[in-house]
Design a protein around this ligand. Structure first.
Ligand code: CP
Length: 315
């Protein structure tokens, strides 16, 4: 059985096969309408989500499967004190796969320890978000052809941003990637991630504004900065321009630079950037659905034993 806690849980060969499957699904979606017929996805969202939740559900339905689950934990027995262990034990006796978002770092790993079916991490606190990384990688690979030999700027909340942490983990596999970490002091990459970059010889520099590096970049990965992360509203107002992308700033960027964003955005990308062909964040969200289709299909085909569970009717 295979759980996806980090996209790096896939070997290079498995990721390559998954990427080929994504391309096949994009080219010929009608060939997959029954690929997961009879399968049930348990969708457990303990935190708000639009894209990840809806795209997983859409992915399963486009494969002919079904979805059960919740997006409001207050409407479940978690609100009565049921533990994650018991919830996972139950849901894994109903469903063939589980996707879970939870505010606690490590929750997906814990869930995988109590699940008899594959668990996919849909975001665990500030830790990892592997299927967002899948969407990011599909976008980079389809738009650039390769993730090697690029200068990538990661801008915004690098401290709590699980999408950034996940992407950095995965980009360790690629060659000659230079990282520009663009964040205010309060939101710089955490020490454990800086250590990860150093330990893996991933060249990086930390800068204070997009303007400092924009003309250098091949990819700009924007993320949302939450105002409440700043001590005062004034501090936010003073700094926000350093981490905002506008159509005016885009004039200084390379003609083929890609702008990615995991979304949702607030005001870190001005609306007037949306019409720029280099702004690919909405396509990125759509690629995420195809990536999730490929992942669900791949996991559904792996053999697994319902360890610890009796077959229905066996009692
Ligand atoms: N990118 C992403 O995870 O978006 P949602 O929070 O809407 O799922």
């Amino acid at each position: 059985m295979r759980h996806i806690i980090d996209l790096c849980d896939l070997t290079e060969k498995e990721f390559s096969d998954l990427y080929k499957l994504v391309s096949n699904i994009i080219d010929r979606p009608e060939g997959y309408v029954d690929a997961c017929r009879g399968k049930v996805l348990g969708s457990l969202f303990y935190e708000p989500s639009t894209r990840t939740n809806l795209s997983f559900s859409t992915a399963m339905m486009r494969l002919g499967g079904s979805v059960v689950g919740f997006s409001d934990p207050n409407a479940t027995s978690a609100s009565k004190g049921e533990t994650l262990k018991d919830t996972i034990n139950m849901v894994s006796s109903y469903a063939d796969m589980i996707v879970m978002r939870n505010p606690r770092e490590g929750a997906a790993k814990v869930a995988s320890m109590y699940s008899s079916v594959p668990v996919i991490n849909a975001g665990d606190g500030g830790h990892l978000h592997p299927t967002q990384t899948l969407a990011d990688m599909i976008t980079i690979l389809r738009m650039r052809g390769s993730a090697d030999d690029m200068k990538i700027g990661l801008c915004g909340d690098l401290k709590y941003g699980r999408t950034v942490h996940s992407l950095l983990h995965f980009l360790q596999r690629y060659h000659n990637v230079q990282f520009y970490l663009i964040a205010p002091d309060a939101l710089k990459l955490p020490d454990y991630m800086v250590k990860f970059l150093k330990d893996n010889n991933m060249p990086f520099c930390e800068v204070d504004s997009i303007d400092e590096v924009l003309p250098e970049l091949d990819v700009l990965y924007m993320t949302r900065i939450q105002r409440e992360r700043f001590v005062t509203a004034e501090e936010y107002t003073n700094l926000e321009g350093n981490y905002q992308l506008t159509a005016e700033k885009m004039k200084r960027a390379k003609k083929d630079m890609l702008v990615l964003h995991p979304l949702p955005r607030v005001d870190e990308i001005a609306q007037d950037v949306d019409d720029d062909p280099r702004a690919v964040y909405f396509r990125q969200a759509r690629f995420g659905m195809f990536g999730r289709m490929a992942l669900l299909l791949t996991l559904s085909k792996l053999p697994f034993e319902r360890a610890g569970h009796h077959e229905i009717g066996a009692d």
